[in-house]
Design a protein around this ligand. Structure first.
Ligand code: F6P
Length: 425
């Protein structure tokens, strides 16, 4: 986020159970947090589990059951008020993750947002594909505490009955609902109504590209470069002989992993425009897709220097970066904060890919991408471990990514520049 941009907004989810609301809520939270907005999800289901216990039979959700209806309304209000208290403490984006499936419930949310002076945008997920709903129930609902120790067949049938209770009173968003984004069948169709403000508009590219097809993302730095050997930052050096060996190992490794995938899709290879990443891709692809946005952090006036030289010749720069490595912008260069902003379109590209992606990048850029994919606070980025000659395999799952790391050649820590104390800025 750029300084001074503290736009506040409530994003309220709408939709029947098992339509991916929490998936979308978490994805949006991860994305906006990464972009620097203080974001939090308030999930009413968690309030229900904490306050009335997780083992509620489907009858609890029957709209004709007055006690259940009142309890659910009180819990929804509790989460809503907690969200406003959090806004008072400096929150930027509150994501209200509930079904909000009736017009009257939405009027209530609207009313409170108006009183608090916080703009409201509804995000509705409509899904008509029984296979997607079924997969969602099996992947995310059966593992909920609600069904701990319950037989799977029984749990699925109870959850279906719960959905049916909501279906009887469900009123999809219509034009009376003000500002909204309606996502139909996992992004097949998206409707925008009365969109206002900068932030909600920024979500649209993410939301239209969401999908749940499983595929691995391989992240790796380029092979060791001639500048890595000398501990020089930046520049556009060629690979060292070690680096060339890594490029060959990487090709063999990735081809092997690709062969083992359950679904065969041709992998795409992405690099920066710098020679060391393109040379690393060479044994796999003579023409990788090279993105300028993937170029290494611009060290400005320090480009081509070692950390030791910076400490000796520009002690102020050295000290200032050490004091706040995330925000510090090299003179005529970039900060990590800047790198995140320029990587935003790459995240959208990554999200939309259905085929496996091998992304050959650089230390700072990969730290920023990894922070998004693994939902780490952006401020932690500058210290994340992204060693040379290591492939990080990330496989998106329902609510995050599974991670595995492979050092190539196996058993050999070839990260030369990690060893040097001078690299610890
Ligand atoms: O040392 C390799 C390198 O990719 C440099 O080009 C870049 O300036 C640096 O890593 C980024 O890491 P840090 O933010 O820790 O200085």
């Amino acid at each position: 986020m750029h300084k001074g941009d503290h736009s506040r907004v409530v994003l309220a989810m709408v939709g029947l159970p098992a339509r991916g609301k929490s998936y979308i809520a978490r994805k949006v939270a991860r994305y906006l947090s990464w972009l620097g907005h203080k974001t939090r999800v308030f999930n009413v289901g968690s309030y229900r589990r904490a306050h009335v216990g997780s083992h509620q039979p489907n009858e609890f959700f029957n709209p004709d059951n007055e006690a259940g209806r009142n309890a659910l309304r009180d819990l929804a209000m509790m989460a809503l008020e907690d969200m406003f208290a959090w806004f008072d403490d400096g929150g930027d984006v509150g994501i209200y993750d509930a079904t909000n499936s009736t017009g009257s419930r939405r009027r209530m949310v609207e009313e409170r947002c108006r009183e608090k002076g916080i703009p409201l945008v509804f995000i509705e997920s409509i899904c008509n594909d029984p296979a997607v709903i079924d997969a969602n129930v099996r992947e995310t609902k059966l593992s909920m505490p609600d069904y701990a120790g319950v037989d799977a067949v029984e749990a699925v049938s109870d959850f279906r009955a719960r959905i049916a209770h909501y279906e009887r009173v469900y009123e999809p968003l219509d034009d009376h609902d003000g500002s909204y984004i309606k996502i139909i069948d996992v992004g097949q169709k998206v409707v925008l109504n009365r969109m206002q403000g900068y932030l909600p508009g920024r979500l649209v590219p993410l939301l239209i590209n969401l999908h749940i097809a499983p595929r691995p993302i391989w992240l790796t730095r380029h092979g060791e470069s001639a500048f890595n050997v000398l501990a020089i930052i930046g520049g556009d050096a060629d690979l060292s002989p070690h680096g060339e060996e890594y490029a060959r190992q990487l090709a063999t490794f990735v081809r092997g992993r690709e062969r083992d995938l359950p679904v065969r899709e041709t992998m795409t290879v992405w690099t920066s425009t710098l020679r060391r990443t393109i040379q690393t891709a060479l044994p796999l692809s003579a023409k990788p897709v090279a993105f300028r946005a993937l170029d290494e952090i611009d060290a400005g006036v320090c480009d081509g220097m070692t950390y030791e030289q910076i400490r000796e010749q520009m002690p102020d720069v050295y000290a200032a970066r050490k004091a706040d490595k995330f925000r510090y912008r090299y003179p005529r260069g970039e900060s990590y904060e800047d790198v995140i902003q320029r990587l935003d379109p790459m995240i959208i590209q990554l999200e939309r890919q259905r085929a496996p992606v091998l992304l050959i990048g650089h230390q700072a850029v990969l730290r920023a991408l990894y922070a998004y994919l693994m939902d780490r606070p952006p401020s932690e980025c500058p210290r994340l471990e992204i060693p040379l000659h290591t492939v990080i395999e990330l496989t998106p799952t329902a609510y995050g990514c599974k991670e595995e790391r492979f050092v190539l050649p196996p058993g050999l820590d070839t990260d030369h520049d990690k060893e040097r104390p001078s690299n610890r800025l």
